[in-house]
Design a protein around this ligand. Structure first.
Ligand SMILES: [Zn+2]
Ligand SMILES: [Zn+2]
Length: 319
């Protein structure tokens, strides 16, 4: 198919479609672009199979050129829990997702979201257990502002000091969580764990590293070396919140791999299935993500909304 260099109504329609939906894959873009091109030129109907990856890349490139001066960019990342499928999203390059959420959520709601993120990346992300997810039950326990945060004003946004950290109701919290899922900031697994979506990881990459890898030596530090909370996959260098970690029994090795990146890593190492960092055999790797969560006895029951998962309060971190 011939593609002119110009930016025409089909590009505008494609951008409109991206604005209307939080994320898109190439497979989802094929029928969309076929429809857009057909309605642009009804005499030459285009089938979805006619839309090649090169056509799609051309659209992404052209739209990115057009929107860059508005601090917007189409970015892509691999979906960690969906076999590494490439996901595209329109990302705001000038402000992070928390700032954008502040346009539709109250300061107390944003402070709640920040507590949920702290729970994901601090409480539930220790050397022993890199869960990086929260259950809905656990999230709903975060509606109140902890006393320590109230005193130290260390909670979330600048607005906190004005609102005196009022906290929010359970109903508000449930609404916020539902919205975050419907807007593709959070995903909720079938085991009832909230995680950051590919879109959120793209938007929040810099913020997460700045916020949680501050280099402070806290209780989780390793003989004076800070334990970095946000880690990247050694194959693709993207943030990892679900995947595998080195089976090193001392839990000191920093190597992490997305499940969809493991094969790529072994090919890059000439077929040697050893840790790219410490060179131990990569046998029975430890999980990163909800599989790392400690389960209660009745964990097999009914999705676990009220009863399934316990031991996520960080109290098990006594090493
Ligand atoms: Zn990776
Ligand atoms: Zn290792």
């Amino acid at each position: 198919m011939s593609q002119s260099e110009s930016y025409d109504n089909t590009h505008r329609a494609f951008l409109q479609a991206l604005i209307a939906r939080p994320t898109i894959t190439f497979a989802e873009a094929q029928p969309l672009l076929a429809l857009i091109q057909t309605s642009h030129n009804p005499d030459r109907p285009v089938l979805e199979g006619d839309i090649t990856r090169a056509d799609f890349d051309h659209y992404v490139h052209a739209v990115n050129n057009a929107i860059s001066s508005f601090d917007m960019e189409i970015r892509s990342t691999a979906h960690q829990s969906n076999r590494g499928v490439e996901v595209f999203a329109l990302v705001n390059t000038a402000s992070d997702a928390l700032t954008q959420m502040a346009t539709v959520h109250s300061a107390d709601e944003i402070a709640f979201v920040k507590r949920v993120l702290d729970c994901m990346f601090e409480t539930n992300n220790t050397r022993k257990r890199e869960v990086m997810a929260v259950t809905s039950w656990q999230a709903l326990k975060l509606t109140k502002v902890p006393d320590s945060d109230r005193r130290e004003s260390g909670a979330a946004t600048q607005q906190d000091t004005q609102t005196q950290n009022a906290g929010i109701t359970m109903q508000q919290a449930e609404k916020v969580l539902r919205l975050l899922v419907s807007e593709s900031w959070f995903e909720c697994s079938d085991k009832d764990f909230y995680t950051l979506s590919p879109r959120a990881l793209m938007e929040l990459r810099g913020w997460l590293i700045d916020t949680y890898n501050d280099g402070d030596n806290d209780s989780d530090s390793d003989h004076g070396h800070p334990h970095e909370k946000i880690k990247v996959c050694m194959a693709c260098r993207e943030i990892i919140t679900q995947g595998q970690r080195c089976p090193d029994p001392t839990l000191r090795c920093p190597a992490r791999l997305h499940s969809h990146c493991v094969g790529k890593m072994w090919r890059a190492q000439g077929g040697r299935e050893v840790c790219p960092s410490c060179k131990k055999e990569w046998k029975e790797p430890l999980p990163v993500g909800e599989k790392a969560a400690k389960r209660s006895r009745q964990s097999g029951s009914m999705g676990g909304r009220r009863s399934g998962v316990s031991g996520l309060d960080g109290a098990d971190e006594s090493d």
